[in-house]
Design a binder for this molecule. Structure first.
Ligand code: FE2
Ligand code: FE2
Length: 462
């Protein structure tokens, strides 16, 4: 399949490139002439769906995104290190099919490290929306982040947004199946299975967290929206920003480094053998980018851990989707070669974690509460309990993986260490090397009701 990774939603404001070149602009324009009442009502509505994401360097870059109920006059972001602001920037504004909402994005660069910034989002005639964020500090300090997938719009999803706030996560890594605006999930469904207004409900739901910390998203199968661009990603691309340093110049894959941890986001839809609508669209371009990125990160002295996130599971016993042979065939050898510490997936709506894996086999046990060295093997985590209806968790003697012909091939479940079927979020605490040269990445999985689902301490020394 050959399609351009560059196709995208309709732009109605200045381009991202133009914005980066021109940056600061002067004061806003003035509404001239009468407005229809519907336009006036839309204009009076405040910015909603505010969400942040890191640029390529979390120390210097932050993307601020928000929505308005329709086209508005002079949308703008005021920014400063005090609530007096000082800078005014114009967003890139994008429309998307079958919604009136407009999605605005400002990509901020040259920010100061470890600094709190205050922002105000407004447009002519609209009530301003205010918020603040803090850039990542320089160097290697401890930090907490959240990881999960399959959130959707639901009561437990909203509870998980609160949980992420309460737990003090400094950013969230969201591994696909984000809003379920397309309920079909195979990239083939018609309009009856699509309600793109759900995206706005989702963005409203996450705003209490995402207006203050970055939510780094990757695509799942439900982001392949039939009729929404060559890959179905145009709706996703209109609403989310990413570092922009991925394979083939596309937005769906990217990497960033926070402290002593390197994060790599992949597009599992490219590798899956299950729902193959977008399989192979990046292909070798993606695999060689991944190889290079892993080699670079593993060679760096300031990086202790590499965490890779994408949607479909390399290892999960849950028989709803189980494991994907396409993921294993494309990327498992690379994960082994570069000693990737943790792979985070979703897709199966449950929590599950493997023992240490090498060469497709469990090589060392990693029971709940243990301390392990991921130099010996990679931990695969399914964190699909973000809020979408959960799949029952049973541990069969045999589960299966999907092979290249789409067949379900039975296999033993001996790789599984921990499993749970309640809604939950995985939290990680990254700690830099201590006096003995040992760095730690501590996992704590917390159910939506606050109970503990899993803990694991990952230690590596150099
Ligand atoms: Fe899902
Ligand atoms: Fe999925």
């Amino acid at each position: 399949m050959t399609v351009s990774p560059h196709s995208g939603p309709t732009r109605i404001g200045p381009s991202r490139r133009t914005l980066l070149k021109t940056g600061l602009i002067g004061g806003a324009g003035v509404v001239t002439g009468p407005l229809l009442w519907t336009q006036a009502a839309r204009s009076a509505a405040p910015a909603t769906g505010v969400h942040l994401s890191y640029g390529a360097n979390p120390v210097r870059h932050m993307n601020v995104s928000w929505s308005t109920a329709g086209s508005v006059k002079a949308p703008r972001l005021d920014l400063g290190v005090t609530p007096d602001y000082g800078l005014t920037l114009r967003p890139e504004s994008l429309s998307s099919i079958r919604v009136d909402s407009i999605y605005h994005h400002v990509d901020l660069s040259d920010l100061k490290p470890g600094t709190r910034y205050y922002y105000r989002l407004s447009h002519d005639g609209g009530t301003p929306t205010r918020g603040s964020f803090t850039t990542a500090p320089k160097g290697r300090e401890s930090f907490r982040f959240a990881a999960f997938g399959d959130m959707g719009v639901a009561e437990d999803a909203a509870r998980n947004v609160n949980l992420i706030r309460q737990q003090g996560a400094e950013f969230a890594f969201v591994v696909g199946d984000i809003a379920y605006a397309d309920t079909g999930g195979q990239g083939k469904s018609g309009e009856l299975q699509q309600d793109f207004g759900v995206w706005d409900e989702f963005l409203t739901q996450i705003q209490p967290s995402a207006n203050a910390i970055p939510w780094m998203t990757v695509v799942g199968n439900h982001e392949m929206e039939n009729g929404n661009g060559e890959l179905g990603y145009d709706g996703y691309r209109a609403r989310f920003r990413h570092p922009g340093n991925g394979a083939g110049g596309g937005e769906e894959t990217y990497s960033f480094v926070r402290g002593n941890v390197a994060f790599i986001a992949l597009d599992g839809n490219d590798a899956t053998y299950e729902y193959t609508r977008n399989a192979g669209y990046l292909g070798e371009t993606l695999d060689s980018w991944l190889d290079q990125r892993l080699a670079d990160f593993r060679a760096r002295d300031d990086i202790d851990f590499i965490l890779v996130g994408f949607h479909q599971c390399a290892y999960c016993t849950n028989i709803a989707h189980a494991s994907d042979g396409g993921i294993r065939d494309r990327w498992e050898a690379l994960f082994d070669r570069y000693q990737v510490d943790v792979v985070i997936n979703g897709h199966n709506h449950c929590y599950e974690r493997t023992h240490l894996m090498r060469g497709g086999k469990p090589v060392q046990e990693a029971p709940r509460g243990s301390t392990v060295d991921t130099g010996q093997g990679t931990i695969y985590i399914t964190a699909g309990g973000g809020g979408g209806s959960t799949y029952p968790d049973v541990l069969p003697v045999l589960s299966y993986y999907t092979d290249k012909n789409g067949l379900k091939i039975p296999e033993p479940t001996t790789y599984r260490a921990v499993g749970d079927a309640t809604h939950s979020v995985a939290f990680f605490d990254a700690h830099p090397r201590d006096a003995h040269g040992k760095a730690r990445l501590d996992l704590e999985v917390i159910a939506t009701d606050g109970s503990e689902v899993d803990t694991l301490s990952i230690a590596r020394s150099r």
